[in-house]
Design a protein around this ligand. Structure first.
Ligand SMILES: CC(C)(COP(=O)(O)OP(=O)(O)OC[C@H]1O[C@@H](n2cnc3c(N)ncnc32)[C@H](O)[C@@H]1OP(=O)(O)O)[C@@H](O)C(=O)NCCC(=O)NCCS
Length: 337
């Protein structure tokens, strides 16, 4: 995508015999009002675009594109180069008043051009859509993306909000007791999986080394290692830069048992309601399920982001998460640029 100017014609026809051209250009601050207006009812609960608008507009690693019709923004798309060298496409929106005229298709092509400029030819571009979004799935499949993997965002009732503020090092067993970690009624009593588990936030400077260990030589105690995780609506691959990014946000945690690494996960507040979200990266289902029941001081996670594997499904079940009304499958699509 070559910065300013008209790049293509979308064939938008206003139906009044006055065909107008739609072009794609970088979004500008003055587009804010129009964009937030047409995004007001994207989903039943609104949209997250107002919360990310400033960041996306001023994003040094990415570009916010606008579809322009007669000087008015009628669509947007954001693309960025992720720390692992891949490109990430997100936030595709078209004004409901001008949908079904090829504008999303135009924005997607422009996003792919921008991705190629940002990440380089041969890099991988990814995006994620809800499996319920049939229109988007059709659009991305027609635009050359192939389904790479599926993840699930599972929910559960909050157990308890109590507890002291999160500590850098603390005993999960104590936390679990403090939180009154629940046991499913049909589950036989077993050894407390939290016993002796020490949790620690991963410092940014150590994240790259941890990624190398997970990729090249994971101890048996850390298996299975997942290829990445979905965090805040984006795919984070198991890559030094990806984990450094998570650690920089303060959301990458390890759990050790008798000195051995036992689990690695992202955990932190997420979304408009600041709910606690857990996304496992490595470790057994049992340990991760235990973590999900009682993170120190932070309350129990309400959301669990897992990959669509039998192991992680079991993890979710053991931890009391389920696919409720607000849960859904998330499809991660990819294509080589
Ligand atoms: C999804 C969305 C961006 C599509 O925008 P659009 O400009 O109407 O899409 P286009 O006109 O470019 O159409 C793209 C394709 O989807 C099809 N399509 C679009 N809307 C459709 C609908 N309501 N029903 C069936 N097919 C539809 C088009 O026919 C076209 O397919 P084709 O290329 O095979 O002919 C728009 O509906 C939107 O903003 N939705 C809400 C936000 C969203 O879902 N964003 C994407 C995921 S984050």
């Amino acid at each position: 995508m070559n910065g300013e100017g008209k790049i293509s014609r979308a064939g938008a026809d206003q139906g009044d015999g006055d065909p107008r051209e739609v072009s794609v250009r970088p979004a500008v601050a003055a587009d804010r009002g129009a964009v937030l207006d047409f995004c007001a009812n994207t989903w039943p609960g609104g949209d997250y675009i107002p919360y990310v608008w400033e960041d996306w507009l001023n994003d040094a690693r990415g570009r916010l594109l606008a579809a322009d019709l007669g000087g008015r923004a009628v669509g947007i798309a954001h693309v960025q180069r992720l720390a692992d060298g891949s490109a990430w496409l997100e936030g595709l929106r078209v004004d409901p008043a001008v949908r079904r005229r090829g504008i999303a298709r135009l924005l997607t092509q422009a996003s792919l051009d921008a991705a190629r400029e940002l990440a380089g030819r041969g890099a991988i571009a990814r995006l994620m859509v809800s499996e319920r979004n049939a229109v988007s799935r059709h659009l991305v499949e027609r635009s050359g993306f192939r389904l790479e993997r599926r993840s699930w965002l599972m929910e559960r009732e909050a157990v308890n909000d109590g507890g002291a503020p999160a500590d850098e090092h603390s005993s999960a067993a104590e936390a679990a007791r403090a939180l009154g970690a629940p046991r499913r009624e049909d589950e036989p009593p077993q050894e407390d999986p939290l016993a002796g588990l020490e949790l620690a936030r991963v410092p940014e400077a150590e994240a790259a080394r941890l990624a190398g260990l997970l990729r090249d030589d994971p101890p048996a105690s850390l298996l299975p290692v997942r290829p990445g995780l979905v965090w805040e609506w984006a795919w984070v691959s198991l890559h030094p830069a990806g984990l450094t990014d998570l650690a920089g946000q303060g959301v990458l945690w390890t759990a050790r048992r008798r000195g051995m690494l036992a689990a690695v996960a992202a955990l932190g507040r997420s979304g408009p309601d600041d709910d606690l979200l857990l996304a496992p990266l490595a470790g057994t289902a049992l340990l991760l399920a235990a973590l999900a029941r009682g993170w120190p001081g932070a309350g129990a996670p309400q959301w669990l982001s897992i990959l669509d594997t039998p192991e992680d499904g079991e993890l979710a079940r053991r931890a009391g998460f389920h696919a409720g009304n607000r849960s859904h499958g998330q499809l991660i699509y990819a294509q080589v640029l």
